[in-house]
Design a protein around this ligand. Structure first.
Ligand SMILES: Cc1cc2nc3c(=O)[nH]c(=O)nc-3n(C[C@H](O)[C@H](O)[C@H](O)COP(=O)(O)O)c2cc1C
Length: 399
């Protein structure tokens, strides 16, 4: 199956340092169309009808988020592009930012117009500091051409915390505080950045906006499955011959991506959606990639027969324990206790009751953690125990 490049259509085609190359390719035409032919309400209706769902992981309907924010009372509103991309094995947003910053700026400006925001932020992960000049240059060129009237874009850099990709911690970070998850509700559309109504969207989500406005919602909603429309950009890595960023129509089988494009040979398991994503046996390779099955932010890591699943889960949990913001006890303590138990298995010192402890702790964390980090941290443990239990049992102390 060939790639379907909508989000990535300009990558490798434009000069990301020169806006004129973007303007030659219908750049900012969607922004002009939105401002001259559509009211904010019509614009939001178009995005709602397209069926676009957020690409940052949770798949929340984009148009609905915009509508809630636009209807929330208040004169001061914000739109934030989440370019934190901290998820393990994810590098698609980096590829987009490196190659086509202009479409992102256009998408952000259209979002601002739709919800009535005069200010937008791009929250850039610390490790992408080398992209700061490129992005600043792209914003300045758009401004110099009069394309950002009444809308200012500021870049804020993270300081290297995974939790700051979580939207409420991200807002705390922009506000100059230590990034910690907030209690919810309220959600950002009613009280977000500086307690004002705020839209937060992933880079890839915003990249889709100009094309939807130019080609219409029906063009977009014809692609994909019933509830997952459009395309999805994937970061594929691990035991594959061609690790790279690929874009496929939603609902394409995992096999197309992993064996077709990335040229993997039969592996043992695949981690989908990063550190807190699902771990599936390689035999599930014909699963469709959409929000109803398995998707997350689109990271796919393939592991071959030589990989040790218990060790990989242990290391994943070490990462999550290190990155827990510490605000809530289930996540702060739960991840650490799990590392301790997984350490025992890694050293062949596991006990039968440790498996029960892992299972009980997993359900407690999923139910009681404050944010998605703690709620989803047990997923690799639960999935590996369910599907590769014998790997744990083989490491139970015999005497
Ligand atoms: C621990 C954690 C980390 C996250 N990291 C990111 C991230 O790096 N980038 C991102 O777009 N969303 C991330 N999210 C999801 C955001 O909270 C939010 O749902 C998303 O930015 C909304 O944008 P979308 O609706 O366009 O997907 C993370 C969530 C959690 C719980």
């Amino acid at each position: 199956m060939p790639e379907k490049r909508i989000v990535l259509r300009n990558c490798g085609v434009l000069d990301p340092k020169d806006i004129s190359t973007y303007l030659e390719k219908d750049g900012f035409k969607a922004w002009q169309k939105a401002r001259t032919e559509l009211s904010p309400e019509q614009l939001i209706a178009e995005i709602k009808a397209s069926g676009l769902r957020g690409r940052g992981g949770a798949g929340f309907p984009c148009g609905l988020k915009w509508e809630l924010t636009s209807k929330a009372p208040g004169d001061e509103k914000y739109v934030v592009c989440n370019a934190d991309e901290g998820e393990v094995g994810t590098f698609k947003d980096r590829y987009i930012l490196e190659n086509d910053p202009f479409t992102l700026i256009e998408g952000l400006a259209i979002a601002g117009y739709a919800i009535g925001a005069r200010k937008g932020y791009i929250y850039l992960r610390a490790e992408y500091h080398y992209l700061l000049d490129l992005l600043t240059g792209a914003i300045n060129q758009a401004r110099d051409r009069g394309l950002l009237e009444q809308f200012d874009i500021e870049i804020r850099q993270g300081a290297g915390a995974y939790i700051c990709g979580e939207e409420s911690a991200l807002m705390d970070s922009i506000e100059g505080k230590r990034g910690e998850a907030r209690y919810k509700p309220p959600f950002p559309p009613s009280r977000g950045l500086w307690q004002r109504p705020t839209v937060i969207n992933n880079v890839e989500t915003l990249m889709n906006i100009p094309q939807i406005i130019l080609n219409g919602c029906n063009w977009f909603s014809q692609m994909g499955t019933e509830r997952s429309k459009g395309t999805k950009v994937f970061s594929v890595s691990g035991d594959v011959q061609r690790p790279a960023v690929y874009e496929l129509v939603m609902g394409s089988p995992l096999r197309e991506l992993v064996e077709g494009l990335a040229r993997a040979k039969a592996g043992r398991f695949i981690q989908i959606g990063g550190a807190t994503g699902r771990i599936v046996p390689y035999e599930m390779i014909d699963t469709p990639m959409d929000f109803e099955h398995i998707l997350g932010a689109g990271s796919i890591i393939v592991f071959d027969q030589s990989r040790d699943i218990v060790d990989i889960v242990r290391r994943t949990m070490e990462f999550l324990a290190e990155e827990s913001c510490g605000k809530c006890t289930p996540c702060r303590q739960g991840t650490r206790v799990m590392v301790g138990i997984l350490d025992k298995f890694a050293h062949g010192q596991g006990e039968e009751r440790d498996i029960r402890s892992l299972e009980e702790l997993s359900s407690a964390m999923m139910l009681s953690s404050l944010c998605g980090l703690g709620q989803a941290a047990p997923i690799p443990v639960v999935d590996s125990l369910q599907r590769f239990r014998s790997d744990y049992e083989a490491r139970i102390r015999k005497n």
